[in-house]
Structures are given as structure tokens and as C-alpha cells.
Design a protein around this ligand. Structure first.
Ligand code: AKB
Length: 316
């Protein structure tokens, strides 16, 4: 039986991943690691153990690993792209100094480590369509720089010390549970909230700007499936391209209007978000993930839209 620590467990991915892992491995085997400003609430708090575990504090991570005999760490602590650009040093401290703490604890205590990368690890010189697994990664944002460093440092710990590090490059993630905070792709989640509330949506990303997106249940499947994958099949480790759908604002608007024909949207482009989006791929190629660990998404734009509208209507 695995004993798992999720660092950043109260964030957009962590809040759902912790519950998914508890349903697979047992509530007592999955520790919700949080920082005091983002305490776990509701079933996240009630269903299993929770501990303060700040990624910038290596001793705190080691103490939790020892207390619960942890063998797998999901390291989800990070600032998203827009927030990171406003606070580059903090983004580095959390993303890279924090990762270094996690990797050192993992090396000393024999833990496997999952740390997400992103489509933000690519840059303007990267081929924008069907972006290959192994290609140019020269991002111009601090978020991208820290994600490329995450990939390299994770591979370094695997090659040098044998730490079982694995990672995926997440697209924009869409969920009805915990909203994202401060990302470039947030619009693709926010638009559903406006549609369900019956409000006009003001879109910060321009018409014709395509980016990869994924529904959260598929993102959670990817995390679990990759960490369960047979290591003998893995040619790559940090980090795998994974894809599910690619759309621009008009595409998601049209998908929502099939079910809410009265829904309206206007554009007020945010220059920082647009610059990020323009430097990221239009659509990435995930053939290596499909071949090496049988990755396959289950939701496309239409099936995600049906589910998002239904679940959000129940929640709001
Ligand atoms: C962001 O927009 O910052 C994230 C990402 C794609 O990494 N959602």
C-alpha cells in the first residue's frame, strides 16, 4: 500500500487529486499538505490526515514524510503564470527552491515524486502546432523558465540519484470544484461560471487564440496513471506532453451556446495573458505519453461542456 503526501493539496489540482488518491489508496494513506493561509475545508479536512507542509521548508516536509512513512510525493505547490509574472522571485522560491527541498527529502527517504510542468514551458520559437514531445523550450515568462527548470532538475535527480521522478505538461485545466487562481488559461473555466450564472462573459483572451485544455477528471487520471506506470516502459520522465482538446474563445462559446443559446460574450483582451497565450502552443502532440504509459483522455469539448454546465448548475 502506498503512503502519499500531496503538497499544495488545497489548490485547484490538489483539492481534487487528494480526494481521488484517497478513494484509490485509502483515506488514511493520503496526507493533505497545506500552508496556513490555505487550510483544508469540508471533506478534504474530514476524510483523512492533514499537516502543515510548506514546500519552502525542507524540515517540515521531512517531518511529515517520516511521520507517515511516505513513499510518494505529489508536489503541486506553484504560482500560476500571471501571478508568477508579478512576483518572479516568489515564483522561483516556491517552484524551484521548493522543488529542491522535495527532491532532497525524496532522495534521503526513497520517495517517488510527481511535479507538474505546463504548456507554459514552451516559448515563441517552439513549433506551435502538434508541438512535439522533444523540441525547443525557450519560454520568456518566469513561469515557463521555472517549469523548464522543474523538468531538468527532476530528470537530474533521476539520472544522478535514481529518484523516481515523473511529470506531465498540463494544458489549461477546467474544473467545477476549485477555481484556478491567476493563470493564463483561467478564462476557459470562468466562461462556464458566467454561462451558468446567466451573465455576459468578458473574455481576456483574443479571438483565434488556440491553447490546449483538459477537463480535471482526465488530468487526475494522468497523474495517477503516470505514477502507476511500469518504469521499464518509460523512455521519457520529465515531462510528458498530454493533450485532450484545443480551442479558442469562439470554440468554447459555440460549445456552450449549443445548450445556452442566449449566452453572450465580449472581448477585453488582457495584454499580459495574451502575450503568454501567444507564446504557448496551439496544440501539443502527446504520442509519447500514449505509447509509454497508455495515456488517453476521456472528455472532449462537447462532453466536458455538458458535464460542466450540469455540475456547476447544481453547485451554484
Ligand atoms: C496557467 O495558465 O498558468 C496554467 C498553465 C497552463 O500552466 N493553467
Amino acid at each position: 500500500m502506498k503512503n502519499i503526501l500531496v503538497i499544495g493539496a488545497t489548490g485547484q489540482i490538489g483539492s481534487e487529486l487528494t480526494m481521488r488518491l484517497r478513494s484509490i489508496y485509502g483515506n488514511e494513506h493520503v496526507v493533505c499538505g497545506y500552508i496556513p493561509s490555505a487550510k483544508p475545508q469540508g471533506e478534504l479536512r474530514e476524510s483523512g490526515p492533514y499537516e502543515i507542509c510548506d514546500v519552502t521548508n525542507g524540515e517540515q516536509i521531512a517531518a511529515v514524510v517520516l511521520k507517515y512513512n511516505i513513499d510518494t510525493i505529489y508536489n503541486l505547490a506553484a504560482l500560476l503564470s500571471v501571478v508568477a509574472e508579478g512576483r518572479p522571485q516568489l515564483a522561483w522560491k516556491i517552484g524551484i527552491d521548493g522543488l529542491w527541498n522535495v527532491l532532497e527529502v525524496a532522495r534521503e527517504h526513497g520517495c517517488a515524486v510527481f511535479t507538474p510542468s505546463s504548456i507554459g514551458s514552451f516559448g515563441p520559437e517552439t513549433p506551435a502546432d502538434h508541438t512535439p514531445q522533444d523540441t525547443i523550450q525557450r519560454p520568456r515568462t518566469i513561469y515557463g523558465v521555472s517549469k523548464v527548470t522543474t523538468e531538468l532538475l527532476s530528470d537530474y535527480y533521476h539520472n544522478k540519484y535514481g529518484v523516481d521522478t515523473r511529470s506531465v505538461r498540463f494544458p489549461g485545466l477546467i474544473s467545477y470544484v476549485t477555481p484556478p487562481g491567476g493563470g493564463t488559461t483561467d478564462y476557459a473555466c470562468d466562461i462556464y461560471y458566467s454561462a451558468v450564472r446567466g451573465e455576459k462573459f468578458v473574455c481576456p483572451i483574443g479571438k483565434g487564440t488556440y491553447m490546449d485544455m483538459m477537463y480535471m477528471p482526465d488530468a487526475l487520471n494522468a497523474c495517477v496513471q503516470l505514477m502507476e506506470a511500469d518504469p521499464a516502459r518509460l523512455i521519457h520522465r520529465n515531462s510528458f506532453n498530454i493533450a485532450a482538446m484545443s480551442f479558442d474563445p469562439e470554440g468554447v462559446l459555440a460549445a456552450i451556446r449549443k445548450y445556452k443559446p442566449e449566452f453572450e460574450m465580449e472581448y477585453q483582451v488582457d495584454p499580459l495573458k495574451q502575450a503568454n497565450a501567444d507564446s504557448w502552443p496551439n496544440s501539443i502532440d502527446d504520442i509519447c505519453a500514449r505509447q509509454e504509459w497508455d495515456w488517453k483522455p476521456t472528455f472532449d469539448l462537447d462532453s466536458m461542456t455538458v458535464d460542466m454546465l450540469e455540475k456547476l448548475s447544481q453547485r451554484l
